[in-house]
Write a protein that binds this ligand. Sequence first.
Ligand SMILES: *Cc1c(COP(=O)(O)O)cnc(C)c1O
Length: 399
Amino acid sequence: MKRRDILKGVAALPAFGAGAVAEAHQAPPARDYFSELGLRTFINAAGNYTSMTASLMPPEVMAAIQSSAQKYAMLDDVQDKVGEKIAELCKAEAAMVTAGCWSALVLGMAGVLTGMDGKKVAALPFPEAAGMKSEVILQKSHANGYHLALANTGIKFVLVETKEELARAISEKTAMLWFLNREGPVGQIKDEEWVALGKKHGIPTMIDIAADVPPVENLWKFNQMGFDLVCISGGKALLGPQSAGILMGKKDLIAAARLSAPPRSGIGRGHKVNKEEIIGMYAALERYVKHDHAKDWKMWEARIAHIKNQLGGLKGVYTEDILPPVANHTPSLKIGWDPSAVKLTREEMGEKLRQGTPSIETIAWEEPDSIRITVFMLQPGQEKIVAGRIREELARASV
Ligand SMILES: *Cc1c(COP(=O)(O)O)cnc(C)c1O
């Protein structure tokens, strides 16, 4: 290699200068893996769906991932330091980064069961065999699938509907009371009462708030309310790594949860989060807490208004504003049509938008003769493309 070529190579490094020698690997030229692999990419007007890879990490998060990939650190030390920062940001006693909200549910449950007893940690997922408590109580309406994460530890569920049933269900086997925030409005027992019942009976409480920011206040609301453990997804509206989440709450329970997680072996061994993701999660959370959420909200409303406006005047077409009360609480839109005026099923509409250029994903599986969209995962300006394409397909199918 000629000296001139070497210099060219060095200059191509992201941080040319004193820091350049510290780079673990030289940055290769940019490649477009999506086109190389023949992968369809699309405009995400659906929302934070795991199947659609959920969200895009902003530059602050990518920079954190990039820079933390350059050096080694002890995994436990990374969790310690990042945990302290996350706890501070969320007004919790302690926190850890998990492999998603599901992972936070599993690891938190394990911590509740085992405490700091290594023998119990090694005995999971068979809590009864090692003399652990083995039942979790939840409201029937909260048993919608995500609760099954807790069963990874070997616990059994006891479903109740009323306060009286809850009181009767409590026994010496009761390990935890679990609450799903998304179903908070439908259950008879509300969050504060749930916490109070846990305290009254001396049983730890856990809440799943996976998709429940915005509002940003939810990051600390449930810690302050007194839930012993709070679980949230990192890669939904927080825009952190898709494979990360946060478990936060009581110091002793977080310490216990970590005994079942990497670098140790145990039921959480598969819940590995690398240092880049742990630090990326921290960067995402910090960004989110500092972010101008009022400005985002206005921008989302403007996007909805633009789309509604573009769809105005189409025969038999109507729109309806939707704001989910909890979980993905962002301005959303239902676009519906009279099937006698527009000859299109919701599946056909979804497929036409998917097959178009550019490809667009929407929610085309909820109600007949309509699709739904969210706008919080759009990149600036994409609302114009979405509006134009939907209008085009509706007009084409108009009779
Ligand atoms: C998304 C979700 C989960 C799972 O979260 P991951 O971060 O994907 O593991 C758990 N509970 C609820 C209510 C969710 O919406």
